[in-house]
Design a protein around this ligand. Structure first.
Ligand code: SF4
Length: 250
């Protein structure tokens, strides 16, 4: 049961309010303890950093038409810098691909004030706090679900496509999409790299749901996910979201 001061009891009416409320959340005791322990103890290479050590809100414009859904912040990446996929090897791969596809202003992401901006694209995750061993529990995923639900709701007027990085995000997002009014086909769409499903919702334009292997080092170092594979999915999603048509018109 959330405490009376739990910021999640207040329903954000804008993305800015949502981001602010997310960054104050303390609902999951194990994750609060872990994210703060990591921030205190630090990695030797970042000893002179003041770690963020809090939940990491979504990053990108509030009227995005493309949403990228990951897993959870990395202990010494986003949990250090306070911005999604910023300051680690996973982010290096993701932002290089976003930049190559015309969706990011630069190919690198090192810290929150590095000048990076995203074009029509927002990045979020189903769990906003860094988990031990990068593995949130099902209870933690469920506890954080209301933030994703609200983010999706606030983005729905402009949202046209979602790219989910990895099976965890896929499984976490499907019930949120269903709760938001999107019809999920039966049997449920199966996650895979290149998976693509078009979802319908009364009164809304179709939403394209695409899957990509996660940009984890486990996938990128082994070649399971190559830069070309990632760019192919992001490029398709950008086209489906109408982003590259917008750019061509400029
Ligand atoms: Fe709050 Fe989500 Fe972090 Fe849990 S994982 S403390 S619900 S922001």
């Amino acid at each position: 049961m959330p405490a009376a001061s739990d910021p999640s009891l207040v329903i954000p009416v804008t993305i800015e309010e949502l981001d602010s409320a997310v960054s104050e959340c303390r609902r999951c005791p194990r994750l609060v303890s872990w994210r703060e322990q990591v921030a205190r103890e630090k990695r030797a290479a970042y000893a002179d950093w003041t770690y963020w050590g809090r939940p990491v809100p979504g990053f990108g414009p509030t009227d995005a038409s493309l949403l990228i859904v990951g897993l959870a912040p990395a202990a010494h990446g986003a949990n250090r810098t306070g911005r999604m996929f910023t300051g680690d090897r996973s982010g290096d791969v993701l932002y290089a691909a976003l930049h190559a596809e015309g969706l990011a202003s630069q190919p690198t992401a090192t810290h929150a004030g590095d000048g990076l901006s995203l074009y029509g694209t927002r990045i979020t995750s189903p769990v906003h706090c860094a988990p031990p061993a990068n593995k949130p529990t099902p209870a933690e995923r469920d506890a954080c679900q209301h933030w994703l639900l609200r983010e999706l709701s606030l983005l729905t007027p402009t949202l046209r496509a979602v790219v989910v990085l990895g099976g965890f995000g896929w499984q976490a997002l499907l019930p949120v999409l269903a709760a938001s009014g999107w019809t999920i086909p039966r049997p449920r769409p199966v996650f895979g790299h290149g998976a693509h499903v078009e979802l319908a919702r009364p009164g809304s334009q179709p939403l394209h749901l695409l899957g990509s292997y996660h940009v984890s080092q486990q996938n990128t170092f082994t070649g399971r996910l190559t830069p070309a594979m990632l760019r192919a999915v992001l490029g398709t999603a950008a086209d489906l979201a109408g982003l590259r048509a917008e750019q061509r018109a400029k």
